[in-house]
Design a protein around this ligand. Structure first.
Ligand code: HXC
Length: 515
C-alpha cells in the first residue's frame, strides 16, 4: 500500500467512526423513538448527494465532571452545505445520540460557523433541533454558545431565510433560537418544546402535565402559534420544507425563482364561492384556489388563529404572499393572535421581496374584555405597522365586508396599497348596518310606535347608502369595482405593473413596531 492510499484509508476509518455518532446502542434508541438520525435527516432533506459536511472532527473541550475522558463525535452536531431543488442551503442537525445532542461551546461554535457562512453566501440556513439543551457539565460555556447563536439569528433576520425543525426535545433557553427564526416545523409525537419541563412545573406550581400536552407538536401548531408547519411524519415535514424553499428567495437581495405559469386547476366557480347573504360564512381558501397558478396554495400556521389565512402561492409563475380574512372562523375578525400572525408574515414578505395580496372580508377587530385585556390595541397595531412599513407591491381585493378598523388595517389605500379592487358585493362602512342604525337612529327608533319596524327601515336605509363599494369608489379609495371573474387577470396585471416598484422611506436605524 502506498503512503497516499494508507492516508486515504486512515481518513475513511476516521470518518466512519465519527459518522457512527453516539454508537449503535444510542442509534437504536433514536430509531425506537420513531426518529431518523441527524445524518439521515440531512441526507433525506437535501438533494441527493449534495451534502458536504464541515467540522466532522471537532470534539468537545469539556474538562469537568469526567468529560475530559469522553469523546463526543462531532460534538453532537452535524453541519454543512448542500442544495434543495438546486438552491444553496447551509444546514445543521443536532445529534441526540451524542450526549443527548446537548450544546457545549464547540457544538455552538460549529453552528455559529455555518450560520456565518450562510450569511456570507447569502443562502437560507436550516437548523434541526434535537437536544437536551445546555450541556450541564460545561456550565457557562454552553450558555455563551446559545447567546452567540441568538445574536446571529437576529443579525440574519430579514437577510437570509431561517428555518427551524423541532425533531426531538428543544428545552429551556434553547427554544429561543427557533423562536427567532422565520419558520418553525414540528412533527407529531416527535417535537417537544418548552422553557421548563413537566418536572419543574410539578415542583414549582404543583401542576401535573405530560410533555406532549405541555409542548408537543399540536400544542405549538394550534395553541401557542410557535410553529408554522405541522406534519405527521419527518418525511412529510421534509416535503413541506422543500416546497417552502422552492417558493422563497435565497436572500433579501433576490426574488424567488419564477416557474412556468399555470392556470388555476380547481373546479369552482369564483362567482359562487362568496354567498350573497353577508351573514353566511365560506372558506376564503376557495377564492385563493380560484385565482392562483395550479390552485396550489402553501398555507402557513393553518391550525393557529384560523380567522386569518396566510401563505404562499404563485401567480403568473412568481411567488406571492396571501393575507386573507377567513369568514369561516370568528367571521374573519382581527384579534390578538390573528394580528400577530398577519403582521409577522407581512414583514417576512416585505423583507424578501414577495408581493402581498390581501383578500378582505371582515367585520372589524374582535370586541370584548378578554381581547382588550390581552392587548388587542398593541397586537392590532402590528398589522397597521406592517402594512404601512411594507414597500413590496401591495394589492387588496375587498370581497365583502370591510368595516371600521378592519377596512383601514387590511391594506387599505390609506396604508399605501398600490391597487385597490372591490367586488360588487363589497360593503365598506364604519360598522355593520344593524350596529350603525342602532346608534345613529337611536332617537327615531326609541320614539317610534313600532320600534322593530323603524329599526328595520333604518337598517335598510343604511345598507342602501353604505353597504356597497360605490361610496369608497366615488372618493377614489377604491380604484376599480370588478367582477369576481376578472380577479385573476387584474391581479396578474397589477403584479406585472409593479415589477419595478420602488418606494422610498426616510432614513432611520430601524422602526419601533408595537410588540
Ligand atoms: C448533558 C445531557 C443533557 C444535558 C441529556 N443529556 N441532556 N447531557 N447536558 N442538558 C444526556 C443524558 O445524560 C444521556 O447521556 C443522553 O443525553 C440521553 O439522555 P436521556 O435522558 O437518556 O434521554 P431521554 O430519556 O430521551 O430524555 C431526554 C431529555 C432528558 C428529556 C431531553 O435528557 C433531559 O431532561 N435532559 C435535561 C434537559 C435540561 O434540563 N436541559 C437544560 C435546560 S436549561 P448518557 O451518557 O446516559 O447516554 C438550558 C439553558 C439554556 O438549556 C439557556 C440558554 C439561554
Amino acid at each position: 500500500m502506498t503512503s497516499l492510499s494508507k492516508n486515504i484509508q486512515d481518513l475513511r476509518e476516521r470518518k466512519a467512526l465519527v459518522e457512527m455518532g453516539g454508537g449503535e446502542a444510542a442509534i437504536e434508541k433514536q430509531v425506537a423513538m420513531g426518529k431518523l438520525t441527524a445524518r439521515e435527516r440531512i441526507i433525506t432533506l437535501l438533494d441527493k448527494n449534495s451534502f458536504h459536511e464541515y467540522d466532522l472532527f471537532v470534539d468537545h473541550d469539556g474538562r469537568d465532571f469526567g468529560m475530559e475522558n469522553k469523546v463526543l463525535h462531532g460534538d453532537g452536531v452535524i453541519t454543512g452545505t448542500g442544495t434543495i431543488f438546486g438552491a444553496p442551503i447551509c444546514i445543521y442537525a443536532q445529534d441526540f445520540t451524542v450526549a443527548g445532542g446537548s450544546l457545549g461551546l464547540k457544538h455552538a461554535r460549529k453552528i455559529t460557523k455555518i450560520m456565518d457562512h450562510a450569511l456570507k453566501m447569502k443562502c437560507p440556513i436550516i437548523g434541526i433541533n434535537d437536544s437536551g439543551g445546555a450541556r450541564i457539565q460545561e456550565g457557562v460555556g454552553a450558555l455563551a454558545g446559545y447567546g452567540e447563536i441568538f445574536y446571529r439569528n437576529t443579525i440574519c433576520s430579514g437577510v437570509i431565510p431561517q428555518i427551524s425543525l423541532i425533531l426531538g426535545p428543544c428545552a429551556g433557553g434553547a427554544v429561543y433560537s427557533p423562536a427567532l427564526t422565520d419558520f418553525v416545523f414540528v412533527v407529531e409525537n416527535i417535537s417537544k418544546m418548552f422553557i421548563t419541563g413537566p418536572n419543574v412545573i410539578k415542583t414549582v406550581l404543583g401542576e401535573d402535565i405530560s410533555m406532549e400536552d405541555l409542548g408537543g407538536a399540536r400544542v405549538h401548531a394550534e395553541i401557542t402559534g410557535n410553529a408554522h408547519f405541522y406534519a405527521q411524519s419527518e418525511q412529510e415535514c421534509f416535503d413541506q420544507i422543500k416546497k417552502l424553499v422552492s417558493l422563497i428567495p435565497w436572500n433579501n437581495m433576490e426574488r424567488a425563482k419564477s416557474i412556468e405559469p399555470k392556470e388555476p386547476s380547481v373546479k369552482l366557480n369564483i362567482e359562487q364561492v362568496v354567498p350573497a347573504d353577508p351573514k353566511k360564512p365560506y372558506d376564503v381558501r376557495d377564492v385563493i384556489k380560484c385565482i392562483v397558478d395550479d390552485s396550489d396554495f402553501l398555507e402557513i400556521q393553518e391550525l393557529w388563529a384560523a380567522n386569518i389565512v396566510i401563505g404562499f402561492a404563485r401567480m403568473g409563475g412568481d411567488t406571492v404572499g396571501f393575507v386573507a380574512n377567513q369568514p369561516m372562523v370568528l367571521a374573519g375578525v382581527l384579534d390578538c393572535d390573528s394580528s400577530d400572525k398577519a403582521a409577522r408574515f407581512i414583514r417576512f414578505c416585505d423583507a424578501f421581496n414577495i408581493p402581498i395580496i390581501t383578500l378582505e372580508d371582515m367585520p372589524g377587530y374582535l370586541p370584548g374584555v378578554d381581547q382588550e385585556h390581552a392587548g388587542v390595541i398593541r397586537h392590532g397595531a402590528k398589522v397597521l405597522y406592517a402594512y404601512s412599513e411594507a414597500t413590496v407591491p401591495k394589492v387588496t381585493v375587498i370581497l365583502r365586508k370591510a368595516y371600521g378598523g378592519g377596512y383601514i388595517a387590511m391594506n387599505s389605500r390609506h396604508l399605501g396599497a398600490d391597487f385597490m379592487f372591490a367586488w360588487p358585493s363589497a360593503e365598506i362602512a364604519v360598522m355593520g348596518p344593524e350596529g350603525a342604525a342602532n346608534i345613529i337612529f337611536r332617537k327615531e327608533i326609541m320614539e317610534a310606535e313600532d320600534q322593530d319596524a323603524m329599526r328595520q327601515e333604518k337598517v335598510k336605509e343604511y345598507i342602501e347608502k353604505f353597504a356597497n363599494p360605490y361610496v369608497a369608489a366615488s372618493k377614489g379609495f377604491i380604484d376599480s369595482v370588478i367582477e369576481p371573474k376578472e380577479t385573476r387577470s387584474l391581479l396578474l396585471h397589477a403584479l406585472k405593473l409593479s415589477v419595478l416598484k420602488s418606494e422610498d422611506r426616510p432614513a432611520k436605524k430601524h422602526g419601533i413596531p408595537p410588540f
